[in-house]
Unconditional design. Sequence first.
Length: 418
Amino acid sequence: MPISTLQPFCRRSIASILAALALCLLALAALSSLTAPAHAATRHSASTHRHHRVTHARRHVRRHRHVRATAKAAGKTQPSQPTPSTQPVTFGIYPGGAAGTVGPSGPVAPEDPAKRLAALEQLKPANRPFVLHLYAAYTGGSGYSAAAQVGNDISSYTANGLKVELTLCYRPSDLNAAVDVPGFVSFVRDTVDQLGSNPGLVSLQVTNEANVGGSPNASDGYYPGVKDALIGGVIEASAERNLDRDTQLKVGFNWAYATDSSEKAFWTYLGQHGGPAFLKALDWVGLDAYPGTWGPPLASGLSFSAAVRQGTVQALSTMRQTYMPLAGIPASVPMHVSENGYPTGPGRTYAMQSTALQTMVHAVVDYSGTFNVSDYRWFDLRDADSSSTSFESQYGLMTDTYTPKPAFAIYQQLVASL
């Protein structure tokens, strides 16, 4: 019963008792202050975590979303020591220029295939593979095959000594999972059957950022049935690869770095519904991370380079140590850094891009043994529109006229030496 409903006498009695208790507590506090050690006044108060809301919007078939990250969520994993792999990391790049935007996209400067190929040949190291990250999309049963979309590009690139990694996006137009999931699995099987015999096609990524919803032209997570499409596509790609004996072709999927509450459910679903067949078929898992641009905010109180390095290592650690185990994926399955970049533009200088590139590449190589990272892809080769006021059009190592930015030579040197 609330105190306000008691009779006046009862209220006075309770008040007297409470007053007496208060006097006792004050006396005890005074006594303890006389006997407490002098350093007690320096005790630290309990730490608090500030919440940050960051726009999680992306370029090139990208997404627009909000992520609420806390210091606790971003720092779950235990610090790991840098240990480079005994095998060199295989580098690569997305060779396009056009990039999707959060809002309406601006004009895109025309591609120049001859200049593009010349730039890629400059980046390719001697006697080592250099992998181009390409995309094709399943849009429904009546859509174009991957071979029709990018078959000629793959043939041209591989004929010039470059390797190719092909991403098969899940973008069905009818939003009918009952039809689209088996349709996508067939699309994957046909892709391996039609393109897998090319020895230069070394990797197949099944779906693109299936953990990200909310943007139909950006990431596959928007589409119903995407997790089942991912699982079925990986299993089917591996089976067809084995049937056709395309032993050079490795099969995997990617994940966009995020720390929101839905990530645990995503990885748990893959493990529960994929089962042993999915794990057996899986050759690698990719990470898309853009420290300083998208995702959890950079740590404060550090230099730009130190904060970017910390953010890169945290992304690697979070995927390997926190999320991959939820799907039962063992440490023996290699990680790829499938997308990583830092654009120029307003408030983003060429020097900052160079610093970010050097820092992120060195972080990945330094921890390649720690987290079993085998591959790295930069996003991207050239700007969509170097005159744009939006940094989303300026991810390139080159301007939209294929003029190298300072970061181009830096990446060229890193690829050749690391």
